[in-house]
Design a protein around this ligand. Structure first.
Ligand code: SAM
Length: 341
């Protein structure tokens, strides 16, 4: 059994201080108020922090792992590429930022292209705004020092008892303080250490209780966050998120298995009517949940996709797209030359 009561390793101090500073300077906010003064947000079974004062007996608490280190999905990258092509400032919201990997991917794409953006996120646990996670847990594990420094590494891991393989499918976890210690000891590039924040504002708390400005985000991305884990009716949660999409915007939801057959029906099988949005769905053959793409009818993106959509049949509220990445590449990106062509 993983021991969570082992003292936190010193490399975490800097991360914790940055969280405090983030709260002081308004990068990390608690719109619903803090839960009994908790700087680190309410209970979060997907927390990456080692010292969150929640259920430390849970084997699923407080570590980097597959479920909180996912990168930006290739299809979501296509949407960001589109905004980059347009060379227009865009506003991005990640709902359920985990340890911050996908937000950092968006930041990096915009940074490299020199495009202005504002990146906001929502989660139950904050991330250090100056430590951009750039690896998944599998990448961390694969690139850990194996040979000449194995002794050092094993001692570190054994002493910290942070890493383990829970089953034969290779589900790895690494306590964040151990990851930071590894980065310090071995020069590992698990995090990019930045001079300026990669998330401009983090809203910490239950999204169901937050009121964010309506129609204000050009791209909202959700990958097993509030829509997947939040409480109450799925329809109401979806409605709440859709309200935030700008008139030129898109919502992309990955692994949305709250609907039946991948289409937009509620738990009783009734079709969910979306007046202002065109819905594309990419059915997942491995049963991991489908990807949904909600495009505001008045957006440039809807106009660009219109010719392709006229050739497709619409079933139960959604257009079924064979492969979302290819579809977006062919119909959204290929018509406009990219800046480096
Ligand atoms: C399973 S993790 C996924 C993290 C990230 N999207 C990834 O795939 O690596 C769930 C995320 O959603 C957040 N979350 C879950 N329920 C939430 C709620 N009701 N309100 C706000 N955030 C929530 C968690 O704090 C966490 O950041």
């Amino acid at each position: 059994m993983l021991d969570y009561h082992i003292p936190i390793l010193p490399a975490y101090e800097g991360y914790a201080k940055n969280l405090e500073e983030g709260v002081r300077n308004g990068l990390i906010v608690h719109p619903g108020g803090r839960v009994s003064g908790a700087l680190l947000g309410p209970f979060d079974k997907y927390s990456h922090l080692p010292d969150k004062s929640d259920d430390t007996t849970s084997a699923r608490t407080g570590a980097l792992r597959q479920s909180n280190t996912r990168p930006l999905h290739p299809s979501a990258r296509k949407v960001i590429e589109y905004f980059i092509q347009q060379k227009r400032k865009f506003r991005y919201l990640e709902i359920g930022h985990g340890a911050g990997h996908s937000c950092f991917d968006v930041y990096q794409m915009a940074q490299i292209a020199g495009v202005e953006r504002e990146i906001h996120s929502v989660g139950l646990t904050p991330v250090d705004p100056s430590y951009g996670l750039q690896m998944t847990i599998m990448e961390v594990v694969k690139t850990l020092p194996q040979t000449e420094r194995k002794g050092d590494f094993e001692t570190l891991i054994r002493n910290a008892a942070h890493l383990r393989d829970t089953d034969t499918s290779g589900y790895w976890r690494l306590r964040l303080d151990a990851a930071l210690e590894l980065q310090r000891a071995f020069g590992h590039q698990i995090f990019a250490v930045l001079d300026s924040p990669f998330i401009d504002r983090q809203y910490i708390g239950d999204f169901g209780e937050m009121e964010l400005p309506e129609k204000s985000y050009d791209f909202i991305h959700e990958d097993r966050g509030f829509l997947y884990h939040g409480r109450g009716s799925f329809e109401k949660r979806l409605e709440k998120v859709l309200k935030l999409v700008s008139k030129n915007g898109v919502l992309m939801v990955q692994s949305m298995d709250a609907t039946h057959d991948g289409f937009l029906t509620d738990s009783e099988g009734k079709e969910i009517v979306l007046e202002n949005f065109i819905v594309l769905v990419w059915l997942d053959m491995n049963d991991e949940g489908d990807t949904h793409f909600f495009v505001h009818r008045e957006s440039d993106i809807a106009k660009k996709l219109a010719p392709a959509l006229t050739k497709m049949t619409r079933e139960r509220g959604a257009y079924c797209v064979g492969d979302m990445g290819n579809f977006l590449e062919e119909n959204l990106l290929s018509l406009t030359p990219t800046s480096n062509q």
